[in-house]
Write a protein that binds this ligand. Structure first.
Ligand code: ZN
Ligand code: ZN
Length: 344
């Protein structure tokens, strides 16, 4: 009788049974979409450092077992009641923005990105580390034909975050923009910054990333181990924007003196240590520090369209769903080149 429960084809999922526990590969029934939702046959799902929130239970209110994953690419396989615009067979993605409540003060102003009750796939509901997932229509992103699933997936969190932060940073074509960190976020940030027409200074630790950084579009490579990176930026005239991608608050703090007048430190690398800055560092030169989180599905579509137009692509390593634990460990090691993507 053990097969009765899954008489209709079951599916595989990689779930976290409780906070801090290891991944387990389980069979589940294929979920059905409720009203206003679609079911996606997942083809690829990126592994993002923010998946640590689900793995370790770092956010309150997560229900377990939970399937992580917010860099999802696949095909609509079933639509729920009342879904008119989205069709079966359509290629779609789901990123960090997994749905908004439409009623909070931010939503009432149209600022869905900052919804106070933002839903996050893999946190608020089961994400993309599984063969099928359901998602509300307000989370869906159209994927252009020329992008493969494994290319599109990382662009839905790492891609949109760097793209959207840069395009809202105030930097203009020709400005000096530094990208701190050459990793999962930084290798995309360098490419976008180059295609936006900035003079790009890539900042990494050690000489070994110089060739790659220049290949990705950096004009200058600054080795922060060998030189004082802030002084190096000042020699170039001071950065209009520093996109801080590596989750290292000390390294971010050391770069603030590299900002030019009216320069901005744009923080997207998430770590819980404080950034240190003195008031005069900000007062003289009118410098600012700003954070940025991802964006809406429409912003994701802009990101994918821009990538399609300009050739920006993530560098990826793929793992099959069954090896989710290995893929996650590879991402956590910091040695992946540069995004890890699960394939179904
Ligand atoms: Zn992410
Ligand atoms: Zn809201």
């Amino acid at each position: 009788m053990a097969t009765t429960k899954f008489a209709v084809a079951p599916m595989k999922a990689a779930q976290i049974p409780k906070p801090g526990a290891d991944f387990e590969i389980v069979e589940r029934e294929i979920p059905n979409p409720a009203a206003g939702e679609v079911r996606i046959k997942v083809q690829a799902c990126g592994i993002c450092h923010s998946d640590v929130l689900t793995k370790e239970g770092a956010l309150p209110g997560i229900q377990y077992p939970r399937v992580p994953g917010h860099e999802v690419a696949g095909v609509i396989d079933e639509v729920g009641a009342g879904v008119a615009v989205w069709k079966k067979g359509q290629r779609v993605g789901v990123g960090w923005h997994g749905g908004q409540d439409n009623t909070c003060p931010s939503c009432r102003r149209g600022d869905f990105r900052n919804c106070r009750n933002l839903k996050i796939p893999g946190v608020s509901y089961d994400g993309g580390y599984q063969q099928y997932m359901v998602a509300p229509v307000e989370a869906l992103v159209t994927i252009p034909e020329s992008l493969s699933d494994i290319e599109a997936a990382p662009l839905l969190c790492a891609g949109i975050t760097t793209y959207n932060a840069l395009r809202h940073s105030g930097a203009m074509p020709g400005d000096l923009v530094a990208v701190q960190g050459i990793g999962g976020l930084g290798h995309l940030g360098i490419q976008f910054a180059n295609k936006f027409g900035y003079k790009v200074a890539a900042i990494g630790r050690g000489a070994e990333n110089a060739t790659l950084a220049k290949k990705l579009g950096a004009t200058v490579y600054v080795d922060s181990k060998a030189t004082n990176a802030a002084e190096a930026l000042q020699k170039l005239g001071g950065a209009q924007v520093i996109l801080a991608t590596a989750p290292n608050s000390k390294a971010m703090s050391e770069l603030i003196n590299g900002l030019g007048p009216n320069g901005k430190l744009m923080v997207i690398g998430a770590t819980f240590d404080p950034i240190e800055v003195t008031p005069p560092q900000l007062i003289f030169g009118s410098r600012t520090i700003q954070g940025w989180a991802a964006g809406t599905p429409a912003d994701s579509e802009d990101t994918l369209r821009f990538a399609e137009l300009t050739g920006v692509r993530p560098m990826i390593e793929t793992y099959p769903l069954e090896k989710a634990a290995e893929g996650y460990a590879r991402m956590m090691s910091g040695n992946a080149q540069f995004r890890v993507v699960l394939t179904m």
